[in-house]
Write a protein that binds this ligand. Structure first.
Ligand code: PAF
Length: 275
């Protein structure tokens, strides 16, 4: 059964009948990566709520808030089709208005969490306070047991997990692997801003991260010459569990990078088990 929940009133009445929610927060324009999150939630929970809300507070002035793709009908039909494979499960598609999410102008939800000013937060200084604000508000409204996030936005998962721990929200954050095109490009709604040629140039990011992985595995940390990667907006090698900078003793590593193609910031990462 699928229900579209257009406001908080319909969300709350849906929640009266459904408990133990698996939650997939999105900004819509769903691609295979999002559908993998929905699929994981359908497999692990009787009821899933997918939110579709383009959150203005995580966009800085001059970013793509206005042109961000809004494809609600297409999103609903993709979820409907996926649900056909799970006939016993329930889905609520929550499409709130700004008033549902931000009832007053001043929000108590904007928290500052660890790592929010680094890497992506260095490029977009107000981004993570907007993300944490909206995710906290959504968690408060929906009160899910589990929430599903894609690993392409690895740092977002770290920041959200920190928030959940700090506020003791008791929500399990479930990270899902990056979905890629056949050539390896990480799926992103923003890939839609690129031509095919630009998309294949954008693969430079993926190839760079994979070559850094090879150097790490064969020659170790000291062999990484960061200056030679200055064409990236950042390259960072972190402990995959703690997100501290990795060192020779770190066993599970994540290599993260960001690359600008045609004015679009693309991010990707590669996890490495060193044991
Ligand atoms: O990853 C996203 O799409 C957004 O940052 C999220 C988590 C839906 C919050 O707006």
């Amino acid at each position: 059964m699928l229900q579209v929940l257009e406001n908080n009133k319909s969300l709350f009445s849906f929640l009266e009948d459904h408990k133990d929610i698996g939650f997939v927060p999105t900004m819509g324009n769903l691609h295979r990566g999002h559908l993998n999150l929905v699929k994981a939630s359908l497999e692990q929970n009787d009821t899933t709520i997918v939110s579709i809300y383009v959150n203005p507070t995580q966009f800085a002035q001059g970013e793509d808030l206005e042109k961000y793709p809004r494809t609600l009908e297409q999103d609903i039909s993709q979820i409907t089709e996926l649900l056909n494979t799970y006939p016993d499960k329930h889905i609520g598609i929550y499409t709130p208005s700004k008033k549902d999410i931000y009832p007053s102008d001043i929000s108590i939800y904007n928290k500052v969490t660890k790592y929010e000013k680094e890497l992506e937060g260095m490029l977009r200084p107000t981004h993570f306070s907007g993300v944490v604000g909206v995710v906290h508000r959504l968690f408060d409204l929906i009160k899910p047991s589990k929430a599903y996030f894609g690993k392409k936005d690895y740092q977002q998962i770290v920041v959200v997990k920190n928030m959940v721990n700090e506020l003791n929200l008791g929500i399990k954050i479930v990270p899902i692997d990056i979905a890629r095109e056949d050539n390896g490009l990480a799926l992103s709604s923003r890939n839609g801003y690129l031509t095919d040629e630009q998309k294949s140039d954008a693969l430079k990011l993926r190839h760079t991260l994979l070559s850094v992985k090879e150097i790490l595995l064969s020659d170790g940390f000291d062999a990484i010459d960061y200056d030679s990667y200055s064409f990236l907006n950042y390259l960072s090698i972190r402990d995959a569990n703690t997100f501290e900078l990795a060192n020779n003793k770190t066993e599970k590593i994540v290599i993260l990078g960001n690359y600008t193609m045609n004015g679009v910031n693309l991010l990707d990462n590669v996890e490495v088990d060193i044991r």
